[in-house]
Ligand binder design. Structure first.
Ligand code: NAP
Length: 272
């Protein structure tokens, strides 16, 4: 399944916790087994909530992805950061560990630490987040830089800049792209100041497939990437999992291209 689960702002409010845990567990049951979190989210509260959600489940039935803050990504702090994430998640290892965004620590030092964490069995693979092509090229020129397996970037139907260069670059170099904000944060992220969900063609195409507009957005992001929508309700989680089964015809994607244009030149990498 090319749809996982995001956790930003999950675990932030006590009264929502049980619903969030139930939703995450349901998502795993439905095959959305990759859970994305970060030491930054709620200063560790999201990781703790994920830990409670996966408690008692077989470790092979889900995959954990967490992220280290740039200021913690050097040899003096990353090992403690990783250990703290593991403790909050109640896990022995992370499936994926990402550098959340580029900061002041030299990239080569982070790569060396990521490889050491792999050797120690603390992580199975590593990657980066919010890296554009120039960052990826710099990374791949470093010793072991090509061992980066993931790049997590903002991507949704209203923000398609990565299709011009980053997506093809990652494909050519064997780097899987994870799409964050695949639902444009439920419409909060706008496109040229306009509400994506107010576009009539999106509604028309969603109706044609007896789907919601959000499901069309997810199906779009999952065409080329691993999409990690965040949901805090079982209903949303059910809908998100069902989006993986939507078979939108190429002709309908082409119609959507006329409204949500693909890029025709290099664009700035959108960041949230
Ligand atoms: P998102 O997944 O695009 O949107 C989340 C919003 O959509 C929530 O308000 C959610 O509501 C709503 N939603 C979920 N499923 C829905 C459905 N089926 N129908 C209608 N609404 C639905 O935004 P995001 O959380 O910012 O991004 C996803 C994940 O990417 C994050 O959680 C995080 O793990 C990751 N991320 C990474 C970075 C980075 O720098 N690497 C940055 C941002 C995010 P409810 O909560 O009410 O269900």
């Amino acid at each position: 399944m090319k749809i996982g689960q995001g956790t930003w702002q999950i675990g932030d409010e006590k009264h929502k916790e049980q619903g969030e845990i139930t939703a995450l567990r349901r998502g795993i049951e439905l095959g959305m087994s990759l859970i994305d979190t970060a030491e930054m989210y709620g200063a560790g509260r999201s990781e703790e909530l994920v830990g409670r959600a996966v408690a008692g489940l077989g470790r092979e039935s889900y995959q954990l992805c967490s992220k280290v803050l740039p200021e913690n990504a050097g040899r003096d702090r990353i090992f403690a950061s990783c250990e703290n994430s593991l403790r909050r998640l109640g896990a022995d290892y992370l499936d994926i560990y990402l550098l959340h965004w580029r900061g002041g620590v030299p990239l080569g030092e982070t790569v060396e630490c990521m490889e050491r964490l792999k050797t120690q069995g603390k992580i199975r693979s590593w990657g980066v987040s919010n890296f554009d092509v120039c960052d990826m090229e710099e990374l791949f020129n470093l010793e072991n830089g090509e061992k980066c397996e993931y790049n997590q970037v903002l991507y949704h139907i209203g923000s398609r800049g990565i299709e011009y260069d980053l997506l093809p670059w990652c494909k050519a170099h064997g780097v899987a792209v994870m799409a964050y904000c695949p639902l444009a944060q439920g419409g909060r992220l706008r496109r040229y100041g306009r509400d994506i969900f107010a576009e009539p063609l999106l509604t028309e195409i969603a109706e044609k497939y007896s789907a919601t507009r959000e499901q069309i957005l997810l199906a779009f992001a999952a065409c080329e990437c691993i999409a990690i929508p965040k949901s805090s309700s079982v209903q949303h989680t059910n809908e998100n999992a069902a989006a993986a089964r939507l078979a939108v015809a190429d002709s309908d994607w082409a119609r959507l291209d006329e409204v949500f244009w693909p890029p025709s030149c290099k664009m700035h990498l959108d960041i949230e």
